[in-house]
Design a protein around this ligand. Structure first.
Ligand code: SF4
Ligand code: F3S
Length: 103
């Protein structure tokens, strides 16, 4: 499961399309955690897609991660600012790749 303390345990190494990237990032195998309020561990996500289908405000969009062993696309929390903290995505992800921090 995603480490819900990633903001303490990981280093913010950059930003992609306005979404924070938390390392380590060593493509293709290490893709890091993306997002802050809504965070997705790209190394755990296996492209199930339930989060994209179920999020009522369409926070997620697919992004390609060619060569990653779990899946070659990931759910990027591109519109995390729109999140209404319903927690549906956290509940439906089969591999607990998502952390939402209502704080
Ligand atoms: Fe979407 Fe709800 Fe998840 Fe926020 S908590 S990203 S609104 S499904
Ligand atoms: Fe990935 Fe979980 Fe969504 S596996 S696509 S974060 S439901």
């Amino acid at each position: 499961a995603i480490d819900s303390n990633f903001e303490v345990n990981r280093e913010r190494v950059g930003e992609e399309d306005g979404v924070a990237v938390w390392g380590p990032v060593e493509p293709p195998e290490k893709q890091g955690i993306r997002g802050t309020h809504v965070a997705v561990d790209f190394d755990i996500c296996l492209a199930d897609g339930a989060c994209l289908e179920d999020c009522p405000v369409d926070v997620f969009e697919w992004t390609d991660t060619p060569g990653h062993s779990e899946s070659e696309r990931k759910a990027n929390p591109a519109d995390e600012d729109q999140c209404i903290d319903c927690m549906l995505c956290v509940d439906v992800c089969p591999v607990d790749a998502i952390d939402v921090d209502p704080g």
